[in-house]
Design a protein around this ligand. Sequence first.
Ligand code: FSX
Ligand code: SF4
Ligand code: F3S
Length: 387
Amino acid sequence: MADEISYDLLYEKFQQRIEGLKRETPINEETPLEDVLKKEGFSRRDFMKWAGAVTAMLTLPSNFTPLIADAIKVVDRLPIIWLHMAECTGCSEALLRSANPTIDSLIFDHISLEYHETLMAAVGWQAEENLEHAMEKYKGKYVLMVEGGIPTADDGVYLTVGGHGKKGKDIAKDASEHAAAIFAIGTCSAYGGVQAAIPNPTGAVALSKITEKPIINVPGCPPSESNIVGTLMYFLLYGNLPALDVYDRPKWAYRLRIHDLCERRGHFDAGEFVEQFGDEAAKDGFCLYKVGCKGPYTFNNCSKNKFNEGTSWPVQVGFGCMGCSEPDFWDAMGTVNEPLKDRLYNTTFSGLGADATADKIGIGLLSVTAVGIAAHAAISAIKPPKE
Ligand code: FSX
Ligand code: SF4
Ligand code: F3S
């Protein structure tokens, strides 16, 4: 009953928020989203299916689906500034460069991207001016999305942007100052990423080390398009920040371990492991733990949401999870093709172990899991490999 009452209130709150946004002038005055989707061949049914999936993803009851469908139509009232720091642009690619556009990518194309270095037409001084104008015009209203780690060694000289040679760390700090919400998109921005891996020559750090402002981390190398759009939808609906775990990741997306929802989990529990890539067990789709899967240590929803238009995800194609949404995974997750075995994963970014769990369930619980995995692996090691 208590839940029903709170959902009623939430429904009302969302309605008010959407009505409020409707009263604002759309920044993107071009084609309405419905027409964009229709032109790309998406039916009303496809759209409602998408809205239903987002509703479920945000762990809202299914009667919220029409509201989500309504909300997305006002997404172009949110000005977005997207900054590139040190990275591979995989986060932008993940979202925008699928072979056929998805509803997620079309939405992202449609929203008002006031500044995005790899997408905007402007170049040189004009681009720099665009950023300054957008920050001024939408002061306190824009959503800032930052992709990439931020070099700080030698006062940040390893990342400068534009003709004035402004340092990445200063651009990110300035843009953070008057943002309505800040998303660190990808593991690089959330935790430093590949350029922060030992020996980290450029002194790359997470966005959270550059600004005091609250940040929502959307890690993954890259994160899925649905986690990026879902985080945006959350902000659109609630108008505030989602509940976050100890690493500032939204709990609705990063609450569970890869291992908890993995389609190969039954094989793990049965002690059926791939011993080497290409063996019979690999063909049978057995568990990838012994060839390096870090799913037991990694919090993300990849098995549910998948990548590339929901086609697949690492474990499905036969390669273990690398732990790409965990802090310092390049260094802390060991060798890619080898299991961590009984090594506890407890020396990471900010001194917390991933094993502290999304909700601080406690080191103890994971220690038991980790020991369980080691024992499990040892037991299966003495079993003859499956023919
Ligand atoms: Fe690349 Fe983004 Fe990895 Fe980093 O994704 S996919 S290196 S998280 O910042 O571009
Ligand atoms: Fe899936 Fe990896 Fe866990 Fe095996 S170890 S069940 S492949 S997540
Ligand atoms: Fe990354 Fe593991 Fe998902 S490597 S993409 S968190 S399956």
